[in-house]
Design a protein around this ligand. Sequence first.
Ligand SMILES: NC(=O)c1ccc[n+]([C@@H]2O[C@H](COP(=O)([O-])OP(=O)(O)OC[C@H]3O[C@@H](n4cnc5c(N)ncnc54)[C@H](O)[C@@H]3O)[C@@H](O)[C@H]2O)c1
Length: 248
Amino acid sequence: MTDMKDRVAIVTGGVKGIGLACVKRLLAAGAQGVVIADIDEDRGQSCLKELGEDSVLFQKTNVGDLQQCQSLVQATVDRWGRVDILVNSAGSVGEKGPMTSHSPEALDHIWKVNVLGTYFTCQACHPHMKDQGYGRIVNIASIAGKEGNPGLVPYSMTKAAVIGFTKAFSKEVAEEGILVNSVAPAVIETEILDGVSDDVISYMVSKIPMGRVGQPEEVAELVLFLASEQLSFSTGFCYDISGGRATY
Ligand SMILES: NC(=O)c1ccc[n+]([C@@H]2O[C@H](COP(=O)([O-])OP(=O)(O)OC[C@H]3O[C@@H](n4cnc5c(N)ncnc54)[C@H](O)[C@@H]3O)[C@@H](O)[C@H]2O)c1
C-alpha cells in the first residue's frame, strides 16, 4: 500500500477530472494536506465542502501567471510547512481545427496554460523541495504530445513541450532528491472532451487497442505511484496510460 502519511501535495486543475481523482487518491492514501489550485472558484468551494477543510485547501490560481503560482506555493507552506508533491493537471484543449486556422492569441493562451503553467509551478516549488531534499513532480502530458492528433495541433504541441520540459528539468534536479516524471494518457472520460467533436474522439478511441476510453481514477493510480517515496530510481520519463495505444 502506498503510504502518503505526512506528505503535502499541490494538485493544479484539481477541482474536476483527472486532477480531482488525484486529489481523492492522495487523500485516501493518507496525505496530510492537499492544496487544490484551479481557476474555477465555484468548483473549488464545492470540493472543500465535499472533502472537508481539515486536509484540503483551495487556492484560486491561474497557473499561467508566475506570481499566482508563487502565492500558491507560499499558501501551501504557510498552512503545512512543506510541499512534497506537485501534480500538474491544469490544462486546456484550446482551439480545434486545422493548423492554419489558429490565431496567435489562441496559441498564446494554450501555451501559457499547458506549458508555462507547468513551468511556473515547478519554478515556485523547486526552492522548497530542494531545501527539503525531497520532491515528487508529476506532469500530466498526453499521448497527443507523443504521437500528435490531427485537429489538435496546438494541444499536441504543448503536450510535447511538457514531455521535453520534464526530461530536461528532471536532469537538473536529479541529485536533489526531486524526481520529475510525466504521464501520457490517451482518451480519458472527463469534461475536457465536451468541446471535442465526435469524429476526433472516434479517431482517438480507434487507436486504442483496449477499445475504450480510460477513467480518471485509472490515471490517478499511476500518478499516486509516481508521487510516492516508492518511486526511487526513475526520473524524466513519460509513463504511458493509453490502453495500449503508445508503442514507446
Ligand atoms: N481527458 C483526457 O482525455 C486527457 C487525455 C490526455 C491528457 N489529459 C490532460 O490531463 C489534464 C487534466 O485533464 P482533464 O481531462 O481532467 O480536464 P478537465 O477539463 O476536466 O480539468 C482541467 C482543469 O484545469 C483547470 N484549468 C484550466 N485552465 C487553468 C488555468 N489557467 N489555471 C488553473 N487551472 C486551470 C480547469 O478549470 C479544470 O478544472 C490536462 O492537462 C489534460 O490536457 C487529458
